[in-house]
Structure formats: C-alpha cells, structure tokens
Design a protein around this ligand. Structure first.
Ligand code: ADP
Ligand code: MG
Length: 267
C-alpha cells in the first residue's frame, strides 16, 4: 500500500469508555498495530494503571520505571521513555501501577487537566497517530487523555447493558468540549466482540446504529480468539495470526479511520 495524500500529522485519538472489559485495550493495541502495519508512525500511550497495553505488547509493567504519569507530574520527558517495539512504526509509552496514586497527587497541580497535553506536545510531530488507552474511569487521568486528544473512539461491547454508562460518557465529553478542549471530536463508536451466533449481538448492533447512526463505525469487531490470546504472546493479533478475523477487522478499522481523515490509500 502507498499513501497518495497526507493530512494532519500527529492525530491524537483517545480510546475511552469508563466501563471495563469493553475492548479499549484490545482496540488500542490492534488499531495502533494496524496503522503501523500500513506504515503510519504510531505511538501508543498506556494511560491505565492496569498497564494492559504495556503487558499486551510484551513488557512487564513491574519493570517499568517511568510512565506518562511521571511525565505529567515530575516533568520526565516522554521522548526519554518511549519504547520502540519490535514492530516497525510502533512505539509505546508504557504504564505501571503507580498511576493509581496519580490522580490524588495531581489535584493541586496548576493546569491539572492539561498535563498530558503539555507532555505530549513535543512528541506529536514525530508521529502520524498517537493512540491513548484510557482506564475504566472518568477520573483525572482520563480527563487529561480527553483534553490531549483530537478525537475519541468509544468501544461498545455487543452485550447486555451495552449502552449503560454511555450517556454519562457523552456528557463528560460535552463538558470537556465546552471547557477544556473545544477541538475534541468523536471519531466514532466501535461495536466490539460481535458474535454472529448470538441474537443479542445483532440486537445491540441495531439498537446502537439506530440510536447513534453515522457516529458508528461501519467496521464491527467480531469476537475472535486470536484477539484475546495474542496479549499472552506479547504481540498484536496481526503479528500472531495476520489472517485471523480479529486482525483483519482491526485493519479494516484502520483503513476506515484513514479514509475518514482524508488519507487516500491504495493497495
Ligand atoms: P478494556 O480495556 O475495555 O477493559 P479489553 O480490551 O481488555 O477491555 O477486553 C476485555 C477482555 O475481552 C480481554 O480479555 C480481551 O482479551 C477480550 N476481548 C476484547 N475484545 C475481544 C474480541 N473482539 N474477541 C475476543 N475477545 C476480546
Ligand atoms: Mg484496558
């Protein structure tokens, strides 16, 4: 594939939903790996103390000394802690468990909602895409992620209570748009863990698409074993089994996002 036209450099996309287990980390790793496979320079920022993006890419969070938190609070330069992963075009700012205390320590900081934006600023020009894996909360670190972001992807699991909490998230996004980051757009709602055999999955797809219409990505991520097992190999699905439905669906998502952002690509 080659790129004919290039638009904005360094687009920052937050992957957010305060609900746990909806596919944020899986989307972060596999979307980023797909963009990298298409030769777009991509940085993952792991902004979750659970550090699942970090471990899912094969790094032990216990061995990580500096994370985005030290950048936000202690003035560590993100450039100094970026890990170049084994995959070409894919870099990572890892996380570790100490992020848990970050929210409390950050309360008294000046511009406490804008710390991540400040820290990432000098890196942005080095990448085509920066993907932030948010934690399952709407706390200060997630607010920081949404303030630093140009857009947000909201993964929604095709399960019972799929829409639960979505109103609160959209409301938080509205507040951030009006007070902290007027440029924040919704990149799209992503349906995840779709199971063809389960009627409920279809119900969720029709419910979400009829409610949110063109906010919903055309690409739907199926439930796929390769997506759930690849983190235990420390690689994205595309590196574990590039022919798998999971890997291909995230590649399709990457292409959909590229097209939506004005990149014209050709096979
Ligand atoms: P979150 O980051 O929102 O908590 P994860 O991405 O960690 O969610 O996903 C929760 C669990 O579901 C993980 O065990 C993950 O491997 C699994 N999972 C996520 N997406 C899929 C999928 N499309 N197919 C199969 N398993 C998935
Ligand atoms: Mg996660």
């Amino acid at each position: 594939m080659f790129v004919i036209q290039m638009y904005k450099m360094g687009k920052v996309i937050a992957i957010a939903n305060q609900k746990g287990g909806v596919g944020k980390t899986t989307t972060t790793i596999n979307l980023a790996a797909s963009l990298a496979a298409l030769e777009f320079k991509t940085l993952i920022v792991d902004a979750d103390p659970q550090a699942n993006s970090t471990s899912g890419l094969g790094y032990n969070p216990k061995e990580i000394e500096n994370s985005i938190y030290e950048c936000m609070v202690d003035g560590v330069k993100p450039r100094d802690i970026v890990i170049e992963t084994d995959l070409p075009f894919l870099h990572l700012i890892p996380s570790h468990i100490d992020l848990v205390g970050a929210e409390i320590e950050m309360i008294n900081l000046r511009n406490r909602e804008g710390k991540m934006k400040e820290s990432l600023e000098d890196l942005i020009k080095d990448y085509d895409f920066i993907i932030i894996d948010c934690s399952p909360s709407l706390g200060l670190i997630t607010i920081n992620s949404l303030t630093a972001a140009d857009s947000v992807i909201i993964p929604v699991q095709c399960e019972y209570f799929a829409l639960e909490g979505l109103g609160k998230l959209l409301n938080t996004i509205k507040i951030i748009q009006s007070r902290l980051n007027t440029g924040l757009a919704i990149e799209g709602i992503l349906l995840t863990m779709y199971d063809l055999r389960v009627r409920l999955s279809n119900q969720v797809v029709s419910e979400v698409t009829s409610h949110f219409q063109n906010m919903v990505f055309n690409t739907i991520i199926p439930r796929n074993i390769r997506l759930s097992e690849s983190p235990s190999f420390g690689v994205p699905a595309i590196a574990h089994d590039s022919e798998s439905k999971g890997a291909i669906s995230y590649l399709n998502l990457a292409r959909e996002i590229l097209a939506k952002n004005g990149y014209v690509t050709q096979d």
